[in-house]
Design a protein around this ligand. Structure first.
Ligand SMILES: O=C(O)CCC(=O)C(=O)O
Length: 343
């Protein structure tokens, strides 16, 4: 081991400071190359060919992985059973009646407890969502951790997965364009994938998802000093971020697409794919969707809602998620009879 002599350290600090002032070594806004999932690494295609030759993955899985690399999303058609989706929405109706301990977000009001909300018929807009409903509804947990979703995520990440959060939308979100990694923070920011479970037919009429194929590869926005995460409330930065996404998508020819989906379809998207909620053409139409975000067990250790507590993990179908440790909350309160399982 060689120890750096103090003079050299002062010299290197000074040169780095001068370079920074001169703009010569501006830190690059990017994910840490050392912790990228295997699908995002420069040697991905070679490793894919090796895995295929070793019989570790099927031809269909290889095709799916190549599409992921090119487009930043994949669609898994009709994989969620109707009875699971129907049970989820029965639980949602019960939750509005019973108002168990649970959070929701609505425009103007922000995040509140469900018990504090007006009846949903009296909300003046449609952009509300129930947060982390999988902690209450076992049907929700079984959708989030559906074996086909877990298997696909394991292929994409190349390691065991942990679900981070869920959002239950009754209507289209009409959310601005964004990339999730900036807002949904895993301990390794590149370990992030979203899922969009269509609970009914979706298209432009009811404000389906809008996404930009290939946009997961655009240069990243610098929130300051090379930081790629949005960490402090700053609406001006938020707007600048959106302008950056527009400019880069235009420059690289990433055209928007509106998802057309059937009940039970699932779209998985890369944490850096640019997307948002489309404008709802028919404002009376619901757009029931269950959106989940996932990371890996390595990258999502502490629970984002209670950093100071030891996390409690719930294992399901080969993946895991965190129980919600919150006064009065009843984990898995809405039992899903058809599966004959108790969490
Ligand atoms: O479903 C939508 O309308 C948008 C959802 C979304 O952008 C997200 O949760 O990251």
């Amino acid at each position: 081991m060689t120890e750096e002599v103090p003079d050299c350290r002062i010299y290197s600090m000074l040169t780095s400071l001068i370079n920074r002032i001169a703009g010569l070594t501006k830190p690059k806004a990017q994910f840490d190359p050392a912790t990228l999932p295997w699908t995002d690494r420069p040697d991905f295609q070679q490793r894919l060919a090796d895995k295929r030759a070793a019989g570790e993955i099927s031809a269909d899985e290889a095709a799916m992985l190549l599409q992921w690399d090119r487009d930043g999303f994949v669609v898994l058609p009709k994989i969620i059973e109707d009875n699971l989706i129907d049970a989820l929405w029965r639980d949602e109706a019960r939750a509005w009646q019973e108002r168990p301990v649970c959070k929701m977000e609505s425009e103007g009001t922000g995040v509140t407890m469900l018990s504090e909300s007006k009846p949903k018929q009296e909300l003046t807009h449609h952009h509300y969502r129930i947060m982390d409903f999988h902690n209450l509804s076992q049907a929700g947990a079984h959708i989030m951790m559906h074996p086909k979703i877990v298997r696909t995520l394991e292929l994409l990440f190349g390691e065991q997965i942990c679900a981070m959060q869920s959002l239950l939308f009754e209507y289209g979100s009409e959310q601005h364009k964004h990339q999730d990694f900036a807002y949904v923070h895993a301990q390794i920011p590149s370990h992030l994938i979203g899922s969009w479970v269509a609970c009914e037919e979706a298209g432009p009429e009811n404000g389906s998802l809008v996404y930009f194929p290939g946009s997961h590869k655009i240069p990243m926005f610098d929130f300051g000093d090379g930081n790629v995460l949005y960490t402090k409330h700053d609406p001006a930065k938020h707007d600048e971020f959106e302008r950056h996404l527009d400019t880069e998508c235009n420059r690289l020819g990433c055209e928007p697409k509106t998802l057309r989906a059937q009940k039970g379809d699932v779209l998985l998207w890369h944490g850096a794919l640019v997307h948002g909620g489309g404008t709802t053409e028919d404002r009376n139409r619901t757009r029931r969707t269950f959106v989940c975000h996932y990371s890996t067990q390595r990258a999502y250790v502490k629970d984002r809602r209670s950093w100071d507590d030891e996390p409690k993990f719930i294992n399901l179908n080969g993946g895991r998620y965190h129980a919600w440790q919150f006064a009065g909350h009843e984990e898995g309160r809405y039992f899903f009879d058809s599966l004959k399982t108790q969490l």
